[in-house]
Design a protein around this ligand. Structure first.
Ligand code: ADP
Length: 797
């Protein structure tokens, strides 16, 4: 019997295992951040499974697992990933069942049925490979070059997180401050600094089994935790320091001053509690420091605020601004510069993260030594400090060079600056990731647009030639010189071309509908004349009995779209009564509208199919069995169009006994659809699919979606708008600043997803989730206010 080939160990296996232990990742708690990486990896690769696994001495342990539910580890000898850690680059196996190394692995043979595998080794700064980021599928396949490139990027980000964690832990080894990180989603403590462990008596290994209530019992109860997180989120800033107690493992407790803050990176949310124990017995070493403990406390606590600003910056310039501001806050007036370190070791001045560094830094021995140091470097006179920023492999590395203006830096400053460096590394990655995500998002939107444009163009361009074919075939069919058979053929050409034309119309409408662009142009339409005209055309092929009480009935409708509906329904009545029976079309006034009934005596519809027929591509089973051609789009489009007219459509039918389609179009004028009410929209949903845009357009507003504040301000410079609806969860600049810049130019409607206290400077507030009627009311009244006169401030609803 064939067996899987077990991956050999490398010579330096013992060293690799020591490094793995040093990173303290094995058996750590699950983290949303890493789960988001595997989700992203699976998504970009189009695979159902993605893992981050670490290769221990005799097992592979999953730090994150997307798609292999319930599995946390596997024996090492069965691991596909154990082979990947022998390589330096991506290992891709299109079909593992055909590869002798993998064919008998339980993942391949067992119920997981893995066929495709691709893994990227996770190589840390020591050069050791700790594990892999992998993607797997249950069918054979390959990755594109783009997908491989993205996987490498995600793997580099994972490694960087590993590095950050280790550096973070090391800094705290030397620090008096206690730091607790609590997962905002689950309420579990996911990180405790060394001082926190030392003072409380717990170890990091115990994190999975201790709860918040064990360690910080007076701070918040598990039940009130979600509320607490919501309040921190709403506060959008540092929470004032509070005095609470830490309960030690041995049951005793001590007082501590903590400052709490919610820190959100792109992928996770953490409640950070940073504090300093108050009593002398646990702060003995810190008290020896040169500056008073109160001041240290303040500085350290300011750090979370600075970190928050770093994490909130999503473009390079904002990040550098936040950094320089943060340094001056942390060092009481110190100045900073960011220096880029090329892979050659050369140092260059740099003013932003993206601007190409140009001026070499010459003859600065302090910076040269500091640039390669793992920890924070202090100059001999203590007036200068430098921090190396660990950056993902391959991209630029940076050195943060800080000068004090008044006093020498002390250990506490070095500690705070070191942390700042760590935060900066994450923030740089955030900026890069955000840039990548934005461009990928733009590419997807563009691709979708291209697809829709292509469909629309094809459908549109079909119509020209088809008109020619229909017209010429018609002319030729009249020509006496052709014999009966030829004329019959011409008739067939004609009707096939007609079918193609109506398919083109449907496809065009479908693509518009999918883009929310099926806009209706309403006008007064005489529905009697419209139906009569269509009946006249169809009467050429079938006897149609049209009855109508009134000579004229005016409805508000889009005549082209309404025509499409009647052509489809009458066309169906003819198509689905193949014996050639007469079709009846009846119009009569009904309360509030005109009812048009189209009745045939054809094949009818099986009862079970009726409820489904208005769905996209839905077809009746009998029509299919009888081989009557169709796409199943017509009724879907007809109903959409009729409903957009405020009308309705119903079916009455019995299989074998004909069908009646009844359509009610309201005669009451629909609301005046003037598109002169202009709304700017900054919403977090995908622009094209925004529910708000969709709804407001239906209400007759002209909606202009923008992607960010810059576009919003530019639009306001260039045109007049009745209101701007702004999702404040999406803002990069502070809401108050935005209000100040927009005031007087338009009415501001604030879209919020949290229960924040009302802010007086916004004209109206709309809380997610909301009902359509709320949206309608808020926007209508905001627009009315604007039109009535100058903007009134302090008007909330
Ligand atoms: P298509 O006719 O292109 O298949 P439609 O959306 O217009 O698409 O119709 C959907 C299905 O509804 C048809 O495939 C047919 O099964 C059924 N149907 C529609 N109109 C009739 C009718 N008048 N009589 C019987 N069946 C009908």
């Amino acid at each position: 019997m064939q067996t899987s080939i077990v991956a050999p160990f490398r010579d330096n296996e013992e060293r690799r295992l020591a490094t793995l232990a040093d990173y303290a990742l094995l058996d750590s708690a699950g983290e949303e951040l890493f789960d988001s990486f595997t989700r992203l990896a699976a998504q970009v690769s189009g695979t159902p499974i993605s893992l981050i696994c670490l290769i221990d001495r005799d097992r592979q342990w999953f730090k994150s697992n997307t798609g292999l539910d319930g599995l946390t580890e596997l024996p090492r000898e069965t691991a596909l990933c154990a082979h990947t850690i022998l390589t330096d680059d991506i290992l891709e196996i299109p079909d593992a069942s055909l590869d002798e190394r993998f064919a008998n692995s339980p993942l391949v043979r067992g119920p997981s049925h893995i066929r495709f595998y691709a893994g990227v080794p996770l190589i840390v700064s020591t050069g050791d490979t700790l594990g892999t980021l992998s993607v797997m599928d249950r069918k054979p396949r390959t990755l594109t070059a783009d997908q491989r490139a993205v996987l490498r990027t995600i793997a580099a980000t994972v490694v960087e997180q590993f590095e950050r964690r280790r550096a973070y832990a090391r800094l705290f080894d030397r620090a008096p401050a206690e730091l607790y990180e609590i997962d905002a989603g689950t309420g579990r403590i996911v990180f405790m600094s060394d001082a926190a462990c030392r003072n409380s008596g717990y170890s990091v290994a115990e994190l999975p089994v201790i709860s918040l209530a064990d360690v910080l019992p007076a701070l918040m109860s598990p039940a009130s935790f979600p509320e607490f997180v919501a309040a921190l989120r709403a506060a959008r800033g540092p929470h004032p320091a509070v005095r609470t107690i830490v309960r030690r493992k041995n049951g005793t407790s001590y007082p501590i001053d903590v400052r709490l803050e919610l820190l959100a990176t792109l992928s996770s949310e953490r409640v950070v509690a940073l504090g300093i124990a108050v009593s002398a017995d646990v702060t003995g070493s810190a008290a020896r420091d040169a500056i008073p403990i109160g001041l240290q406390n303040e500085r350290l606590l300011a750090l979370t605020g600075v970190a928050r600003n770093l994490f909130n910056a999503l473009d390079p310039h904002a990040l550098v601004d936040a950094l320089i501001g943060g340094v001056s806050e942390l060092t009481a007036g110190g100045t900073a510069q960011l220096v880029a370190r090329a892979s050659t070791g050369e140092l260059m001045h740099t003013h932003g993260l993206t601007s190409r560094p140009d001026m070499p830094v010459s003859g600065d021995p302090f910076l040269r030594t500091a640039a390669v140091r793992d920890a924070v470097a202090l100059s001999d006179d203590g007036l200068r400090a430098a921090v190396q920023i660990l950056a993902p492999s391959g991209s630029m590395a940076y050195v943060l060079d800080i000068k004090s203006t008044d006093r020498a830096f002390v250990a506490t400053d070095a500690f705070a600056l070191g942390l700042l460096g760590q935060y900066l590394a994450v923030a740089i990655r955030n900026v890069e990731l955000y840039g990548e995500l934005e461009s990928r998002r733009a590419a997807v939107i563009e691709l979708n647009q291209v697809k829709n444009d292509l469909i629309a163009m094809l459908a549109h361009d079909f119509k020209g030639p088809l008109t020619t074919i229909v017209g010429l075939a018609d002319v030729l069919a009249e020509d006496e010189r052709f014999d009966a058979e030829s004329r019959q053929f011409l008739g067939m050409i004609n009707s096939s071309a007609m079918r193609l034309a109506s398919l083109a119309t449907d496809t065009l409408a479908l693509s518009r509908l999918e883009q929310n662009e099926l806009s209706l142009r309403f006008e007064s339409v005489d529905i009697v004349a419209l139906v009569r005209d269509i009946v006249r055309v169809f009467s050429v092929t079938r006897a149609i009995d049209m009855r109508c009480a009134a000579d004229e009935s005016i409805v508000r409708a889009d005549p082209a779209r309404l025509r499409q509906v009647f052509e489809n329904l009458i066309g169906n009545a003819i198509k689905y009564s193949p014996r050639g029976d007469t079709v009846d079309v009846t119009l009569r006034e009904k309360r509030g509208g005109v009812e048009v009934a189209i009745r045939d005596r054809g094949i009818g519809i099986p009862a079970a199919d009726i409820p489904k027929l208005f769905g996209r591509f839905a077809r009746g089973s009998n029509a299919r069995e009888m081989g009557i051609g169709g796409t199943g789009l017509g009724l879907y489009l007809s109903r959409t169009i009729v409903e957009r007219h405020g009308g309705q459509i119903t079916i009455e039918s019995k299989e074998g006994n004909g069908s009646t389609f009844r359509l009610l179009v309201p005669t009451v004028p629909a609301p005046q659809r003037t598109n002169d009410r202009r709304i700017l929209l900054l919403d977090s949903e995908d622009d094209g699919r925004s529910f708000i845009a969709h709804t407001l357009r239906d209400e007759g507003y002209a909606v202009y979606p923008v992607a960010n504040e810059t576009e919003l301000l530019r639009a306001l410079d260039e045109g007049r708008f009745d209101a701007a609806i702004v999702d404040i969860d999406r803002l990069v600049i502070a809401p108050t600043e935005l209000v100040a810049r927009i005031a007087r130019r338009t009415t501001l409607v604030r879209l919020v997803s949290t229960a924040e206290p009302d802010a007086p400077s916004w004209n109206a507030v709309l809380r997610k989730p909301f009902l359509i009627k709320d949206l309608r009311a808020v926007v209508e009244s905001a627009v009315a206010d604007r039109r009535r006169g100058p903007r009134r401030s302090g008007h909330e609803r």
